[in-house]
Design a protein around this ligand. Sequence first.
Ligand SMILES: *Cc1c(COP(=O)(O)O)cnc(C)c1O
Length: 473
Amino acid sequence: MGKEQTSARNRLLRMIPKVDEFLTWTAELAEAPSILVKHAVREVLAEAREAILTGEILNEMELSHPTLLINFQNRLEEKMGPNLRPVINATGVVIHTNLGRSILPMTAMDVLGQIGTRYSNLEFDLTSGKRGSRYSLVEDLLCELTGAEAALVVNNNAAAVLLALDTLASGREVIVSRGQLVEIGGSFRIPEVMAKSGAKLIEVGATNRTHLRDYENAISEATALLLKVHTSNYRITGFTAEVSLETLVELGRRHTLPVMEDLGSGCLIDLSRFGFRKEPTVGEVVNAGVDVVTFSGDKLLGGPQAGLILGKKQVIDRIKKNPLNRALRIDKFTLAALETVLRCYFDEEMALRTIPTLAMLTIPLPDIARRARRLLRLVKSKLAAACRATTVQTISRVGGGALPEQDLPSLAVALAPVDWSVNDLEGKLRALARPVIGRIEEDRLLLDMRTVADDEIAPLARCLLDLFLGEAA
Ligand SMILES: *Cc1c(COP(=O)(O)O)cnc(C)c1O
């Protein structure tokens, strides 16, 4: 580096104010917590120093008071705002794991407010006045809704599978079809969960075909459990064969072996009348005679994150007594939300209407079209010069690893910005105070209106107008 460059750089470095000096400039001081103000100042000044050293900052303007103050204000705002925030899901993926999976009905939120700010009978039996069990609060509901003899609830379905395997098969063998050794996003893999539980995996059959005799031949003294895993996020098609749950249950009876199904995305309602591929409901799985079935609370059930374990009383009682259960127990918020959602299911039509996951999956196309038209009406003519907005047909997804190949015909508002690239637009929408997450397709940003709630349309329109037209909007 030349001598001149070095001295120019040193001159810039000397322009950076001291932290204490900078603090005297900031008006926010009185309102923001001083620790956040100090950290914001330090970070902004350290960033400036770094930018000078790497040559990103070459002139004094970029170190002027107003510029540094704006950087500081932005940084402070970031620090003051919550990290976990609502976003508008315009991806059309209903059970979007990265965006919080299922969203709860408003009624559940009212209950959460009550339970969160008051004492409750979480583990207190109001009849006897003695210590109660937190699980009893939802066990009866689950049994009534599915016909199961007993139930318990843990943190998520991964925990449910781990706990069940640990209880029923630790140190012994579990027989699974090769076609069902699933991996779920976020590193849940049946063989690995099995290893953690201390059970030994015995794979039988071939990837595409497994027969009853494959299970039969693998049964030995060491066998503890027959496991069926619902291949919820993929489908094997073509020349295939699977052993039905009924047949597996019958085999288990003959050898006095328990049978378990990891149902993954358990649904309490048969959605086939809405054009979905027929999948067994939790009630049907219980009815087939399994000893244990596990599924998620926040996939097709549409509740909070939880792992539900249902089945025969004798087996569920053993699982309840496993010390690991204590480490996987759910908190009162989950219980409160789960109870509220489960109660919706006593009236199927009410469940379909009030549980957002189910409502979004079964919303009629004309209603999605109405949302798209409303958004267009609010923005189309005003955006005209800056961004072309049109309605396009698209396909939404169930998500959450449920019903993988199910196409859900939907409608999206497609945005084609004039001056920005579509990637820029995607980034700008993501950076909003209330981020909007869409999907890029063929040089347009698609906002799938299936997952945009009615009361999100006006705010979404406002965001788009602000973004493209700024103060003029
Ligand atoms: C989703 C899923 C899991 C994991 O459930 P989480 O609730 O995400 O822990 C396990 N097994 C199957 C088959 C699944 O689909």
